[in-house]
Design a binder for this molecule. Structure first.
Ligand code: PGA
Length: 268
């Protein structure tokens, strides 16, 4: 069984480098203690280099990239610079960037292509704005299709897709997490879309994770009942103790079934 992915998206947090390093050290300790899970940390750019030097077992991620190489792109950060810091993963198309900063499907597509071409793994976020209660809504499917337009079939298997309904993100007004059942439907739907574009064997290899108010109490239901390969965690990744709890729970998912049962009803 491949390892589950637990990804910390710190967004524009914490306020100081000192806090960032303390959090990173705690996460690194948990990642070293639970090696059956892949832990990935995406700090904000100003802290990335120093936090990266603390992360050994945990992998380094960025919250964004520019699609071009180094050059005249004021305010942007190149995938090449990220690679020089041994960043392995990059979050792309997060709904906060789409809604607050005008990131378009076209920009997301350029970023996905550039990252895959240059050996970095995009964590592609897709998700609808309004709760629908039915099958994964067409706007999220459209984001997925646009992001993958023109991507070489041989590279698609490296992608991670984060299903993140906007209304489920913890900072959204009146938010609440999606249900594992609905997350499972989204999982099936995303696989269907990818299979339609690139064939079933490719779809089977793409990792699909869930994001939106994931915490230590609900993560297991998304991994088991939602059939998710992991979680993209915002708010709860800023609490070292809680995030360590999630790492421990996700790590249990590589254990034989008989040993997993004690994790079913909440925290270990
Ligand atoms: P949340 O954020 O865990 O605070 O809901 C997830 C995300 O926005 O990636």
């Amino acid at each position: 069984m491949s390892k589950k992915l637990i990804i910390a998206n710190w967004k524009a947090n914490p306020p100081t480098l000192h806090d960032a390093l303390e959090l990173a050290r705690n996460i690194e300790r948990a990642a070293s203690a639970h090696r059956r899970v892949e832990v990935i940390v995406a700090p904000p750019f100003p802290f990335l280099a120093e936090v990266a030097s603390v992360l050994k077992r945990a992998k380094r991620a960025s919250q964004n990239t520019f699609w071009g190489d180094v050059g005249p792109y004021t305010g942007e950060v190149s995938w090449r610079q990220l690679k020089s810091l041994n960043v392995t993963h990059v979050i792309v198309g997060h709904s906060e960037r789409r809604m607050l900063l005008g990131e378009t499907d076209e920009m997301v597509n350029k970023k996905v292509q550039a990252l895959l071409e240059h050996g970095l793994i995009p964590i592609l976020c897709v998700g609808e704005r309004e709760r629908s209660g039915g099958e994964m809504p067409e706007d999220a499917a459209q984001q997925l299709k646009s992001a993958l337009a023109g991507v070489k079939k041989v590279l698609v298997k490296n992608l991670i897709i984060a299903y993140e309904p906007v209304w489920a993100i913890s900072t959204a007004p009146g938010s609440s997490p999606d249900t594992p059942e609905s997350v499972f439907r989204a999982h099936v739907y995303i696989k269907k879309v990818i299979a339609g574009l690139f064939g079933r064997p490719v779809a089977e290899r793409v990792k699909i994770i869930y994001g939106g108010s994931v915490n230590a109490h609900n993560i297991l239901s998304f991994l088991i009942d939602g059939h998710m390969h992991g979680a993209l965690v915002g708010g709860a990744s800023l609490n070292a103790e809680e995030f360590a709890g999630m790492i421990k729970i996700a790590s249990s998912q590589s254990l034989p079934l008989i040993n997993r049962s004690r994790y079913r009803h909440g925290c270990p």
